[in-house]
Ligand binder design. Structure first.
Ligand SMILES: [Zn+2]
Length: 247
């Protein structure tokens, strides 16, 4: 019944907006920061993935993130990502706002993706600004630690993600808030909605009158405000919604 109600809300949406978090990436095999059994249980993520740690010792940063990078680069979109692409293509979503940095929404074919925490697919030299794909840097980690800039030889090559201790880029957050205020339906997927300011986005949308659907494995602080709450996997629930709308 709840899936049917979600399909009804989305099928009539004129300015639907999706917000996704680590849960949908976890279904593609990308370990979450805080999840049980994740790679990060070996390290303190707040320390290892902080800007202070990176600036103090890029080698230590890259050594710790080498395995996670390998896993993230090998991951492919799952049926949850593809269902969001289908909802956008059918006009039920205007954009996907994501807390994830893995690029899987774009790989699944979603056209408008707002990345709140940047992209892990690109690496930038902090000395000269040169950018190259993460995959190219990843390929030389076995022989070069820390990796060096191909242009200037600098040793501060930083993925274009927001590390702990860095401010979120303003433009994507402002774009996401504007879309949330204008949205008639919010579809929140795989986010525990405990990380601020990203968790403000659905709260702003709901206050502005949007109907809301939450698809997450665990309860979230916004469940009691949502119109539909489905505790399940994105890869199971979202294709079911797409099928109901299409059928
Ligand atoms: Zn450089």
């Amino acid at each position: 019944m709840t899936v049917k109600r979600a399909a009804e809300l989305l099928s009539s949406a004129g300015s639907g907006l999706a917000l996704t978090g680590a849960g949908i990436s976890a279904e593609s095999g990308i370990p979450t920061f805080r999840g049980e059994g994740g790679l990060w249980t070996k390290y303190d993520p707040v320390k290892v993935a902080s800007i202070e740690y990176f600036m103090a010792d890029p080698s230590a940063y890259w050594t710790a993130s080498k395995e996670r990078g390998r896993v993230a680069l090998a991951a492919t979109p799952n049926p949850g990502h593809r269902a969001l692409t289908a909802l956008e293509a059918a006009g039920h979503l205007v954009a996907v706002v994501t807390q994830n940095t893995d690029g899987l929404h774009q790989e699944a074919g979603t056209r408008t993706v707002i990345e709140l925490h940047g992209s892990g697919r690109t690496v930038q030299c902090l000395d000269c600004g040169h950018r190259e794909p993460r995959a190219a840097v990843q390929a030389r980690l076995d022989s070069e630690m820390p990796p060096r800039c191909l242009i200037c030889g600098g040793t501060f090559l930083k993925p274009t993600v927001v590390l702990f201790g860095e401010a979120l880029p303003q433009a994507p957050m402002q774009d996401a808030l504007a879309l949330a205020r204008a949205a008639d339906v919010l579809l929140i997927v795989g986010s525990s909605l405990v990380v601020y300011p990203a968790a403000d986005i659905p709260a702003v949308g709901i206050r502005a009158g949007a109907r809301s659907i939450i698809v997450n494995a665990e309860p979230t602080p916004l469940d009691r405000l949502a119109d539909v709450v489905i505790h399940g996997r994105a890869g199971d629930v979202l294709p079911e919604i797409v099928d109901l709308i299409g059928g």
